[in-house]
Write a protein that binds this ligand. Structure first.
Ligand code: FHN
Length: 421
């Protein structure tokens, strides 16, 4: 029998009307680059989960600190590559569930500045480079800290405890976690906070409203993802494309290029540029963004497959970005068998062809007259005909657009349909 899966429901606790203005850049951004960089890239194993799932002993996992050199780390080259991809924001792991901070933290020695041969805060130069390239700065911050002595799910040994029995321990952890969050806030003033790991505790236990208040008081324009037990501004479905539009007003699909967030050399299951671009346009057509992940190696080298992907994406955006950036989600699916977007004034419709076509493509139920149809990237003018239009009836008829094979994009072709007012 057919088995269909749709998306989990999430409820936004913030009022879209109150945050509309600060969300504008995010709504227009469409593409962000996610970066999972940490000591897990030394052995090329699962970020944090490898010791959590007992695939490696905790002390052995932490041995990786010794191999985190950042020898070839070139933050400006990272930022420039991100810029080249067409992305408007980047989200960097400031601290994953393993508790290893990528900045120089006064609250813990477990950071790359004090405990690795890199011997420096690697975030400051990266955020500076992003800002030079006018890319918005996002900070991934794990609420969970599986290395901290006062964290209840502490995994170095079986030191688990019940918060209700030992509230003083939880209070100590909260002080630490809020302190580190404040450090990231004052050092980098993120344009966007990307929390993760909220599932281990309730909004009350995380003091989610208080944290939100602290961050938005410091920077009223900062954007917070929904993984703060709902006290955020937008939703972040992960890996699987949501079948229907998520419930939050704003959303972003986060996705890996192979199957892993961090660098793992055995994972060669790379998605193709065609696959990534079709996912990207599908997200944008449904009013969302794509946050595409890369996992640099421990020395700071970005794997060549990821470099290639970002460059191909960038070249495609150069040709077709007009149909992506500063647009809004398109018309309901039933009108056209591919994704669509619209200019904000709805005078132009962009049709995306998710596959090469040898025949004309059809649009249903379009009452406007068409002024012109051009192919983005090469400017070819296309002809169309309307069939089934009866002069005395308001029913619009079917529009057939001729798309010769030689004008089609190597990945996804975008047709710009100008409508008369
Ligand atoms: O547990 C993490 C995982 O390691 C990775 O960081 C992803 C990225 O969205 N988030 C968590 C799972 O939701």
């Amino acid at each position: 029998a057919m088995q269909l899966m749709s998306t989990a429901e999430a409820q936004q606790k913030t009022n879209p009307e109150d945050i509309k203005e600060k969300m504008q850049w995010f709504a227009d951004a469409k593409l962000g680059i996610f970066i999972h960089w940490g000591i897990y890239s030394v052995n090329g194993i699962d970020e944090s989960w490898s010791f959590h799932n007992k695939k490696i002993a905790y002390p052995d996992y932490m041995q990786q600190l010794k191999g985190f050199t950042a020898n070839n780390y070139n933050p400006q080259a990272w930022a420039d590559l991100i810029k080249e991809s067409g992305a408007r924001y980047a989200v960097m792991t400031t601290k994953h569930h393993d508790g290893v901070a990528l900045w120089d933290s006064k609250y813990s020695k477990l950071d790359v500045a004090n405990s690795t041969p890199a011997k420096r805060d690697v975030l400051t130069p990266f955020y500076a480079a992003l800002r030079r390239d006018s890319i918005k700065c996002g900070a991934y911050f794990s609420l969970i800290d599986w290395s901290h002595n006062d964290y209840p799910q502490f995994l170095k040994d079986s030191n688990r405890y019940d918060i209700k029995v030992h509230p003083e321990k939880w209070q100590r952890f909260l002080k630490f976690y809020e302190g580190q969050m404040e450090e990231v806030m004052t050092k980098f003033n993120p344009d966007l906070w990307w929390f993760d790991g909220d599932w281990e505790h309730s909004a009350e236990e995380w003091e989610a409203p208080k944290m939100r208040k602290m961050l938005t008081t410091h920077n009223p324009n900062t954007i917070i993802n929904g993984r703060l037990q709902g006290y955020g501004d937008y939703e972040t479905p992960e890996q699987n494309f949501p079948v229907s539009r998520p419930k939050y007003h704003w959303w972003e699909l986060c996705m890996t290029i192979n199957n892993n967030w961090g660098w793992q050399p055995q994972d060669t299951n790379w998605k193709t540029p065609f696959e990534i671009i079709t996912i990207f346009v599908d997200a944008v057509a449904n009013g969302g963004n794509l946050l595409l992940d890369i996992g640099p190696k421990a020395d700071g080298t970005i794997p060549e497959e990821e470099v290639h992907m970002l460059k191909e994406l960038g070249a495609w955006n150069q040709r077709n970005g007009e149909g992506i950036f500063n647009t809004i989600g398109g018309i309901p699916q039933g009108h056209f068998y591919g994704p669509t977007t619209m200019s904000k004034d709805s005078s132009t419709l962009y049709l995306f062809l998710p596959a090469r076509t040898s025949g004309p493509v059809m649009v249903k139920g379009l009452s406007n007259k068409i002024e012109s149809i051009t192919v983005l990237g090469n400017g070819s003018q296309l002809t169309h005909k309307v069939v089934g239009k009866i002069s005395w009836s308001p029913v619009p008829g079917l529009v057939y657009i001729d798309v010769p094979e030689n004008v089609q994009d190597k990945y996804v072709t975008v047709l710009k349909v100008k409508l008369d007012k």
